[in-house]
Ligand binder design. Structure first.
Ligand code: WQD
Length: 337
């Protein structure tokens, strides 16, 4: 099939583009490069032998989105594009609601106009909010506690309502946990702009000498070693989960929700030790105060994805750290070289 991947030059997007090509799909990428580099497409082409068609387009530009669809032939969409930093969303909520919601509405309206009714949406574990027991299960009531998470929840609601009103729609809502790692080649990986918000890219930048030390946000939580537990998932496993979901909904109408996680929690210090093993030397860190908004522990109940998609994670935290380090060591400044 010919798949449009919005946000396809990004971290998860670029790994998914590669997995789609390896599965025999033709890929069209739409991205505004606000938080990524077109270099990732050149690297994907190097790995797969096929250069994805790329459009430097912002989803809020409705006419530009229409031109991508008017070129014809799109069979399905995987939708990653959107702003995604929790802290930034609290500081700049209007920007998040405008970009994430208007962009998605423009995308869905273009799909409708061009009779494309199959979509895989990149949602987030953040939609489960702070009130649900762990492990998170897809049928739980959702209720995000930050503007970023609320945009994901509202897009899930938009797609759910569209799917309920029109049975031509085939919709997969994927709730990610904590993606880390990189393609084993070390040629594509996570390249955050500015200071990384997330744990593993920050550790990687300390290890490669771009940052002085890791600040561990809180060592006094009610967890085995006092640091927060999260469900880390290798980005290649995550990309394969998208291909599995795309295949599942290709011939099934309706709205489907799946957690993409490992089903277990790892602590900040466990991940740090794992990364030290990959690097072969200690990584400087300091335990500081808690970060506002952090939950002590959450992870996925991943049984539905296994049952419905025959998909589960295959890589360990050690492998995630080894692959993340290979990418960072070979690309100390990310795609900037
Ligand atoms: C993990 C743990 C931090 C950085 C976020 C988003 C979520 C999803 C994944 C988009 C926490 C600790 C972190 C650091 C630290 N993104 N930490 N020092 O917060 O679980 O989830 O990214 O969908 O929506 O909320 O991931 O990597 O930021 O933090 O100690 O420099 O690492 O306190 O316990 P998080 P994270």
């Amino acid at each position: 099939m010919k798949i449009l991947v919005t946000g396809g030059t990004g971290y998860i997007g670029s790994h998914t583009v590669l997995s789609l090509q390896e599965a025999g799909h033709e890929v069209v990428v739409l991205d505004n490069l606000v938080n990524s580099s077109e270099e990732s497409m050149r690297r994907v082409a190097e790995l797969s032998g096929t250069t994805p068609e790329f459009h430097n387009v912002d989803l809020v530009n409705e006419a530009a989105v229409e031109r991508v669809f008017a070129a014809g032939g799109i069979d399905a969409v995987i939708h990653f594009a959107g702003l995604k930093a929790v802290g930034e969303s609290v500081r700049e909520p209007l920007s998040y609601y405008y970009n994430n919601l208007v962009g998605t509405l423009n995308l869905i309206r273009a799909m409708e106009r061009h009779d494309v009714h199959s979509i895989v949406f990149s949602s987030s574990a953040t939609v489960y909010g702070e009130h649900n027991p762990v492990p998170y299960v897809e049928k739980m009531e959702i209720g995000a506690s930050n503007p970023y998470g609320r945009t994901k929840e509202q897009i899930e609601d938009i797609l759910s309502d569209i799917g309920a009103a029109d049975d031509r729609w085939h919709i997969a809502l994927l709730r990610y946990f904590n993606p880390v790692g990189a393609h084993p080649s070390g040629r594509i990986g996570e390249d955050p702009q500015g200071i990384p918000n997330n744990l593993v890219p920050f550790i990687a930048q300390v290890a490669v000498g771009r940052r002085e030390k890791l600040m561990v946000f809180g060592g006094d939580y009610d967890t085995p070693d006092g640091t927060c537990l999260r469900d880390y998932i290798h980005v290649v496993d995550l990309a394969e989960g998208h291909v599995a979901a795309l295949n599942h909904v290709a011939d099934r109408a309706g709205v489907f929700r799946w957690n993409l996680g490992s089903g277990k929690g790892s602590s900040v210090l466990e991940v740090l030790r794992s990364f030290e093993k990959a690097v072969g030397r200690p990584i400087p860190y300091e335990i500081t105060g808690r970060r506002a908004g952090d939950l002590p522990a959450f992870w996925a109940d991943a049984t539905s994805a296994l049952a419905d998609l025959s998909w589960s994670t295959t890589k360990t935290v050690d492998q995630m750290c080894e692959d993340h380090w290979r990418w960072q060591e070979n690309n100390p400044n990310g795609y900037a070289g």
